[in-house]
Design a protein around this ligand. Structure first.
Ligand SMILES: [Zn+2]
Length: 176
């Protein structure tokens, strides 16, 4: 056993694993640091949705239905658009913008999809229940916050597309 084999054995690493590592190292040296930053490839969008457990499967089904399976980054904040822009949640705001920045740097996302939903607990926490008077007033409340969200994205990233959506509890989705 030569010295490198001893090192591999001590690291618990197979020769094959070492070869992969060596190839990666050579690639890193060849392409430099900036290419490594983009090594994550390309995603078609960043999705911001609420954390509500009732709709997680519907959200995934909706994205799959659009052919976006494994092609989007996903940030989850209670309230979705509200979590990103409400001054009630400054730490959440910062978390969202930080993640959007990373999604752009790592995966060159060209679009943000914000998916609010009806009967959202975060909206009730911030606004009370007045906006739930009718399906229209509830939609208007989401449209206003999503409008603020779109403006903030446009101000920070003028070339980014933004799509606002509102999901009902049956999983149906309307544009907002
Ligand atoms: Zn919610």
């Amino acid at each position: 056993m030569n010295t490198s084999q001893h090192v591999l054995r001590d690291l618990g690493m197979s020769r094959r694993g070492f070869t992969k590592l060596a190839a990666f190292g050579a690639g890193a040296a060849l392409f430099g640091r900036s290419s490594l930053v983009l090594a994550g490839g390309h995603a078609d969008a960043l999705l911001l949705s609420c954390m509500d457990y009732r709709l997680m499967d519907n959200v995934a089904s909706y994205m799959n239905g659009r052919g976006l399976t494994k092609h989007y980054d996903h940030v989850v904040l209670a309230g979705a658009s509200l979590g990103a822009v409400s001054d009630k949640f400054p730490a959440w705001n910062q978390t969202f913008w930080g993640h959007l920045d990373v999604a752009i740097k790592l995966h060159a996302v060209p679009k943000v999809i914000v998916m609010d939903h009806r009967d959202c607990g975060a909206y009730k926490l911030v606004m009370g229940e007045g906006h739930l008077a009718s399906v229209e007033t509830e939609r208007d409340a989401h449209a206003k916050v999503i409008g603020d969200f779109k403006q903030q994205v446009a101000a920070k990233y003028p070339s980014l597309q933004v799509e606002g959506l509102l999901m009902a509890l049956d999983g149906s989705v309307e544009a907002v």
